[in-house]
Design a protein around this ligand. Structure first.
Ligand code: 13P
Length: 256
């Protein structure tokens, strides 16, 4: 049981978000190195890597037969059509993805993605058979104003569509100020947000205890074990450290 809360143990998830990094050859080399580390399924942790769209097919081929899954970083809300430069959920699925990250703070900021748009994308992802990693997280100003819990609850309420469950949904709590900064919230602050997310899931999914709630933002090999020990933390969404195979592997082992 988890932390004495009466919650059944779920397999953790270590997901690497490569963001806009890596040409195909670099991505394949990184995937092959990771694969050498990860010969067999880890006992307590699933692994997923989310390369840029141009490298998906090549990285997917390099992962064939390995326990490491492939994910996309975003998809369009429409199934197809006149949307220059965009990529559909079905295209991600066709490229070998099982999962897509949606609502990342960089997309919310760089592309002005609203909660409603993220929700529409999640509906599209599910229609194409993809699982969703839905990202939420407060800015530094919002945290300093004491609004972190309310902001995260509002993002969740606005961007989570009905019809998802523990098999098709993970939530990633990524405080915007912790991403790429080397700073992380205190354990108690993470526990408070993850606990709030878990409560918000009640009534919105049939099995709130089964939904994995990941922490993301400056997860590194030297802080991963402490972060994974926080109540209601069910894995990590890793940016920079996922670009170094040994570091991502160390984080995955801390999850397992
Ligand atoms: P860093 O691990 O580089 O802080 O990035 C976190 C993140 O944004 C993952 O989606």
């Amino acid at each position: 049981m988890d932390q004495g809360r009466g919650r059944a143990v779920v397999r953790k998830l270590a997901a690497g978000n490569w963001k806009m990094n890596g040409l195909r050859a670099e991505g394949v080399a990184l995937a092959e190195e990771l694969r050498r580390h990860c010969a067999a399924t880890l006992p307590g942790c699933d692994l997923l890597i989310c390369p840029p769209a141009t490298a998906l097919t090549a990285v997917g081929a390099a992962l064939t037969g390995s326990p490491i899954g492939l994910g996309g970083q975003d998809c369009h809300e429409a199934p197809k059509g006149a949307h220059t430069g965009d990529i559909s959920a079905a295209m991600l699925k066709d490229a070998g993805c099982t999962t897509v990250i949606l609502g990342h703070s960089e997309r919310r900021a760089d592309h002005h993605e609203s909660n409603a748009l993220v929700q529409a994308k999640a509906v599209a992802a599910r229609a194409a058979g993809l699982a969703v990693i839905l990202c939420v997280g407060e800015s530094l100003a919002e945290r300093d104003a004491g609004h972190a819990l309310a902001v995260v609850a509002q993002q969740l309420a606005g961007s989570l569509p009905p019809g998802l469950d523990g098999a098709t949904l993970a939530i990633a709590y990524e405080p915007v100020w912790a991403i790429g900064s080397g700073r992380t919230p205190k354990a108690a602050e993470i526990a408070a947000v993850h606990g709030r997310i878990r409560r918000e899931l009640s009534g919105r999914v049939p099995d709130p205890a089964a939904v994995r709630i990941l922490y993301g933002g400056s997860v590194k090999p030297d802080n991963a074990a402490a972060l994974m020990a926080v109540p209601d933390v069910d894995g990590a969404l890793v940016g920079g450290a996922s670009l170094v195979a040994a570091d991502f592997w160390a984080i995955a082992q801390a999850c397992a």
